[in-house]
Ligand binder design. Structure first.
Ligand SMILES: O=C(O)CCC(=O)C(=O)O
Length: 274
């Protein structure tokens, strides 16, 4: 695994809100990730670690269109020991912290996102407004476990959109461009498509507008993603992927630092790391 990001990658990321990291994993590592994540997926029936009734209504509602955007399984690190070993890798956390320019990061969530053969496109959206904290520095490392191509739905970004720093959003629904009704200033910005070979990754800021095309091939596009929040983020009152019980116990402004839910993956502080 690549252990570091270069200065020009950091500069590109900060300016554009995304960056492509080719060869993050080598071929052996890709094979291992694919095997581990495939097996974690087959052991997991529900989208989240517990049964649906423990979560927000969104996760209990059937939506046949959304289900055909991707197969989405969240927080596999909680239900698969081998997946935990891969997802909570400190080297990925360091890359996240270096790109964001923060001292430490906690995991917010992981997601396997499998765009099945002939799956629907992913409508443009931004990520942080869905989540239980506000931060301009949260980010996702999206790792391609199969080649992600223009034909099968590689990611696509509106460059510089993270600099708007607003938390209004659009649903990942049938209208792929409804985010541009919320942010008309982005409608005419040329999107940047980011094909990436298996083992490569794209990293995007949680406020960067992004989407993906349909999978127009008879093969699945397989990605594993890890989303990080800077250490010190606080609860904003949105339940998102937390259980009802967790949400009831949290007050707006509480730090999200429960090691069972949001472990510290990387920290520059020797005290926190020990
Ligand atoms: O994989 C996709 O199609 C969308 C990914 C995405 O929205 C994300 O990782 O934030």
């Amino acid at each position: 695994m690549r252990e570091a990001v270069h200065g020009d990658e950091v500069a590109f990321y900060r300016e554009n809100g995304f960056v492509v990291l080719e060869n993050l994993l080598d071929a052996e590592e890709v094979a291992r990730w694919r095997e581990v994540i495939d097996s974690a997926l087959s052991e997991r029936e529900s989208r989240l670690p517990l049964a649906n009734e423990n979560y927000d209504a969104f996760f209990q509602t059937e939506d046949p269109y959304y289900d055909r955007v991707f197969t989405q399984k969240i927080n596999l690190w909680m239900t698969s020991e081998p997946a935990r070993g891969l997802v909570l890798d400190e080297r990925l956390g360091r890359i996240a912290a270096d790109l964001a320019g923060v001292d430490g990061v906690r995991i917010w969530l992981d997601q396997a996102l499998v765009k099945e053969r002939y799956a629907n496109p992913t409508a443009f959206h931004i990520d942080v407004p869905f989540w239980s904290f506000h931060s301009d520095d949260a980010l996702t490392i999206w790792i391609a476990l199969t080649d992600a191509t223009l034909e099968n739905g590689c990611l696509c970004y509106i460059p510089g959109s993270h600099q708007t720093k607003r938390y209004d959003n659009a649903a990942i629904g049938k209208e792929i461009g409804s985010l541009f009704d919320v942010y008309p200033q982005w409608r005419d910005v040329e999107p940047v498509h980011c094909p990436v070979r298996a083992g490569g990754a794209v990293v995007h800021n949680g406020l960067t507008a992004h989407g993906a095309g349909a999978n127009m091939t008879p093969r699945r596009r397989f990605a594993m993603t890890v989303a990080y929040m800077p250490d010190g983020c606080t609860y904003n009152g949105q339940q998102d992927i937390l259980t009802k019980e967790q949400a009831e116990q949290l007050r707006v402004g509480d730090r999200l630092e429960d090691e069972r839910q949001n472990p510290l993956v990387f920290s520059r502080s020797p005290a926190a790391a020990s």
